[in-house]
Design a protein around this ligand. Structure first.
Ligand code: SF4
Length: 392
């Protein structure tokens, strides 16, 4: 196993490199390599991998860049993430990226895709619609057409044909990636003190800007480290974070939650990295169909995704039970319509299941954590005290 501190430091640098240096270096090594930028939440990176393209996750600027031009594009009463992305685009940070994917998660992302088109960024801009009908011959067929459209755009750039063999191979690699991440989360649920959530976040986020092959190696090393008994448990409660699936909270906020007495044992930050609940079929004649079926049948839940017959509140309660968590922290970006519109439904499900929770909002560049620290600290203490009362 390599030195874990070096691995974590490497992941931290990759995760917050707003120049996307790794991706640019990767592209420059071969003439037919292509970079595809994608916005939150989920994008089937298997198709870009099979087309000799690297999918690069674009998550805004966090608290690492001053936003000036981006603010001129948007009214004050929407979330922060599109401002940072526009700032990156106007400052040239995304110039090497050949195409941009905007998954259909909300009106803000839809409008951002239009702005990229007006600014003529990249060789193509694709607003990727996801199916809202889960029948294979309707929604599934539609989704395959969407994916074919993207493959066609990439082929126009590098002239590489994607065969079923190539796509099956890419699916295999991402299945391994998802399995490793699940294993890491499962071990961490039992022994959350072995690696901080902050460090885990760096590891997962790094995977959004590097090749899946390299990320799998990193995950194997992290898993090896997690299997060794290290660290000491502290008197903290276990919580799940919900609502942070798109604009990411600043690292300071994550640290604050941990320091205020919580082990974060599951979350929806970087949710697209852990999207599938199981393996995508990786040995079929029609791997695009396999991806389509997986999207319709294996997707996790999120406020930004249409689902039918599977109430999200129930799925959240199920997750908390599976993780044996003591409570939930609803942390959503300010003005995030999908997260905040679902909040009452999610909270009602928690009330019905007698699950304790708190809720607050943030911006990706929030800089003051005192109030949140007090709120989370009081939450943690109240759960510990309450449990003592019940058991005595
Ligand atoms: S933070 Fe919420 S409102 Fe803003 S782009 Fe993301 S999903 Fe849309």
């Amino acid at each position: 196993m390599k030195n874990i501190d070096q691995i974590l430091e490497h992941c931290k640098e990759l995760a917050f490199d707003l120049e996307f240096s790794y991706a640019k270096n990767w592209k420059s090594a071969q003439t037919d390599r292509v970079l595809i930028g994608y916005m939150p939440i989920y994008f089937p990176r298997e198709i870009t991998h099979a087309a000799n393209a690297l999918a690069v996750g674009i998550l805004g600027t966090g608290d690492r860049k001053q936003i000036i031009k981006g603010d001129a594009f948007y009214q004050s009463y929407i979330c922060h993430i599109p401002r940072g992305i526009i700032e990156l685009a106007l400052d040239g940070n995304l110039d090497e990226i050949d195409g941009f994917i905007f998954p259909s998660i909300c009106d803000v992302i839809r409008n951002l895709s239009g702005t990229f088109q007006i600014l003529k960024k990249g060789k193509f801009v694709k607003y990727l619609d996801y199916p809202q009908n889960f029948l294979s011959h309707i929604g599934g067929k539609f989704y395959k057409t969407e994916l074919l459209h993207i493959l066609h755009e990439i082929q126009k750039i590098n002239n590489i044909e994607v065969t079923p063999e190539k796509l099956n191979n890419s699916i295999k690699l991402y299945n391994i990636n998802q399995r490793l991440l699940k294993e890491i989360y499962n071990i961490r649920q039992e022994y959350p003190w072995r690696i901080s959530f902050e460090n885990l976040y760096y590891v997962v986020r790094a995977g959004m800007v590097i090749t899946v092959e390299e990320h799998n190696k990193i995950l194997e090393d992290v898993l090896e480290f997690l299997n060794i008994n290290n660290g000491e448990p502290m008197d903290k409660i276990k919580v799940v974070i919900s609502g942070a699936f798109c604009e990411q909270p600043p690292i300071g906020l994550i640290k604050t939650i941990e320091l205020a007495g919580c082990y974060i044992v599951d979350d929806d930050l970087l949710l697209g990295s852990r999207w599938m609940k199981g393996d995508v079929a990786d040995n079929t004649d029609d791997p695009l169909n396999a991806l389509s079926e997986a999207y319709m049948n294996l997707s996790t839940f999120s406020s930004s995704v249409y689902s039918v017959g599977k109430p999200k509140g129930e799925q959240l309660v199920q997750l908390i039970k599976e993780r044996n968590a003591d409570g939930i922290i609803f942390a959503a970006p300010s003005f995030c319509d999908p997260a905040l519109l679902d909040l009452p439904v999610m909270q009602k499900a928690c009330d019905d299941a007698n699950i304790r929770y708190i809720s607050f909002q943030y911006n990706e560049n929030t800089g003051q954590y005192k109030v949140i620290k007090e709120q989370v600290g009081a939450f943690s203490d109240s759960i510990k005290l309450w449990e003592d009362t019940v058991s005595s």
